[in-house]
Design a protein around this ligand. Structure first.
Ligand code: T3D
Length: 258
């Protein structure tokens, strides 16, 4: 698929997906949703890709749904169907791809843009970035996974307040609340995120993918069930060449230092 609204590159084991409608603050139209879904599928299927980096071009990460496109569609816009066919598919895809997704939040992440940032496994934010649940400003409830993901990261009270006030949450507060993993000066964002993604892609990628599966699965499991999942997945992780070699080199180093 040729992309018109995103950029897609693969370097050093990292697939970088860049939302690329900067004049519209990377608001999502239908084409962009389809292209991002296609790019994630491509990155998931590519054995050369060990980590995925998601960012936005220009001054925003994403301003969410393109409201001009919604207005053009008229009063009978089938919003539920639009969510099911678009954002819901994208969010489900992001949380089930067994490769780490790192979002480099370069500016405002609003509405569905915030939900998509939350569906990444880690977030590195520029110091001038911010999150905003703008939905209530236009009389909507949060969507794109926000109701599920945000209270789990920052707690119900904070998430609910963000939803009903629709206020900017600056990166520094997002860090304090556990919504982002780190905040860096804006000019260092891409360098930091790319280096982190490349290091991740060079690590125990199968184990990283299985860790994601185990953690997401645990949210709907009892402790006993989660322990069972860990045992099952460890059977797989423990037999990977990465694990076998790492254990062997640990033993070898011990022997040679005796
Ligand atoms: O249909 C469904 O599936 C439902 C799904 C809904 C999911 C959602 O995401 S609902 C929420 C939709 N998003 C919003 O309501 C955010 C709208 N944007 C804003 O509130 C502001 O733009 C920001 C607070 C994000 C940033 O403000 P500011 O002052 O920095 O920038 P700006 O001047 O408002 O925007 C710059 C340009 O981007 C401007 O275009 P122009 O006038 O220069 O040609 C503006 O219209 C455009 N833009 C920004 N956000 C959107 C947008 N165009 C279309 N849709 C947008 N969401």
């Amino acid at each position: 698929m040729r992309y018109d609204t995103i950029l897609y590159t693969v370097t050093d084991g990292v697939a970088a997906i860049t939302l690329n409608r900067p004049k519209k603050l990377n608001a999502f139209n239908d084409l962009m949703i389809a292209e991002v879904i296609d790019a994630f599928s491509r990155a998931a299927a590519d054995t050369a890709v060990g980590a995925i980096l998601l960012t936005g071009n220009g001054r925003a990460f994403s301003a969410g749904q393109d409201l001009a496109a919604v207005q053009e569609a008229g009063d009978n816009f089938p919003i539920g169907e639009h969510l099911r066919n678009g954002y819901n598919r994208l969010i489900k895809q992001m949380v089930t791809i067994e490769k780490p997704i790192i979002a480099a939040i370069n500016g405002i992440a609003a509405g569905a843009g915030c939900g998509i940032a939350l569906a990444a496994d880690m977030r590195i934010a520029a110091d001038n970035a911010a999150f905003m649940l703008v939905f209530s400003r236009i009389g909507l409830i949060p969507d794109s996974g926000v109701n599920f993901l945000l209270p789990r990261l920052i707690g119900y009270g904070r998430a609910y307040e963000m939803a009903i006030t629709a206020k900017h949450l600056p990166a520094a507060t997002a860090l304090e609340w556990g919504m982002v993993n780190r905040v860096v000066p804006h000019e260092q964002l891409m360098e930091t995120a790319v280096a982190f993604a490349a290091k991740t892609a060079d690590g125990a990628t199968i184990a990283f993918g299985l860790t994601k599966r185990a953690m997401y699965k645990s949210w709907t499991q009892s402790l006993n069930e989660s322990l069972e999942t860990e045992a099952d997945l460890q059977e797989i992780a423990g037999r990977t060449p990465y694990s076998l070699n790492a254990v062997q080199s640990f033993i070898n180093n011990k022997v040679s230092s005796q």
